[in-house]
Design a protein around this ligand. Sequence first.
Ligand code: GLU
Length: 430
Amino acid sequence: MPAQDNLNPHANAHLQGPLFQNALTTINEAAKLINCDPNILERLQQPRRCVTVSVPVRMDDGSVKCFTGYRVQYNSTLGPYKGGIRYHQNVDLAEVVGLAALMTFKNSVLGIPLGGAKGGICVDPTKLSRTEKQNLTRRYTSEIAPFVGPTKDIPAPDVGTDPQTMAWFMDTYSQEQGGYAQPGVVTGKPVEIGGSLGRNHATGLGVIYTCERAMELKGKSMQGAKIVIQGFGNVGSFAAKFAAERGSRIIAVSDVSGGYFNGDGLNVPEMMAYVKENKSLKGYTKAQPISNAELLELECDALLPCALEGQIDVHNAEKIKAKMIVEGANGPVSAAATKILDKRGVYIVPDVIANGGGVIVSYFEWVQDIMSFFWDEHDVDAKLKGVILKAFDNVHKFKEEKNVDMRSAALAVSIQRLEKAMLLRGLYPR
Ligand code: GLU
């Protein structure tokens, strides 16, 4: 075969983003640990399908504005595609590709029968009225409708979207399918229309289940532990709540309005109530203000980055004083920073396990929708604990056997499962 060295270098511009490039670095290293078949590795390095759509929206002033939306389907070897939808001003195709890849490896390492996908719209949702957000969601749903469905691809909430967004998504999809209710097309719905009990707090609870397990391994307990949390959205606020309930001292949290510090421990329920009322922590006075950089560099037992990707890289990795990092967000610590922190003895629970609670309970929600039979909250929380800790223990065992960091171990276990399944299914047409 002649070498394929005359290819247009821009053809793969969407694979050049930092989040995806970071993921590729870890994927390639992890693949070596398990001697992954090179043909499988080749296939795992690209998304299967990227859909870009224009989303025209009637704004409240009568004008029409077009936003750009995406749905990236990365891999469906293990089951229907699964992954959230992000509304944020920094969304682009390259970011969604990175997030879709993470979903693929997350679902695989967690042992759930789903592939990986992600969606998003480049929009600042805080600047939209409720009507505009609804119009945006309904038109986006309609544009990607040919590619989603309860047996094809099942979206869910992510940064900037919530149960109400999922309700509009489900309603629009159902109306376009002849008006018959199709609850299984999205997860993270309100419970009244087929959502699962325990889904809303699932990601935060999973973060704390894995943090607790990592503490146990270090001979420590959540009781009295000093915790710092970046982000106070769905993931960060529930992680703070569940940690505080276990007797931890939450010494700092942050959100878009800035960082909030109290060495004696913040009053988490009060702060959650404040956000419900005021949309953010802006104006909360019962804490000392601190910057994002200061928050990340605080001395603590566990740092929980629960906001966005790219927070800890080579520039600040040396300054991190946390004893442990539990990644509530997707991609908050770069591959290079992971190496630096690992060398310094900082234990990292990687995103694909730490924030897996969300998609695990999404999987439960999808199963409940298919059965039309719903479980109680205690059942959901207990099943979540079983699935997430099984994955954690499995990965920790691999880490100990191979003497590698947890991120490489998680990716290796994940790739191993995908490799077996891909070899069994083979290449179509061949
Ligand atoms: N957006 C969440 C994640 O990044 C949840 C995805 C889902 O529930 O499908 O894992």
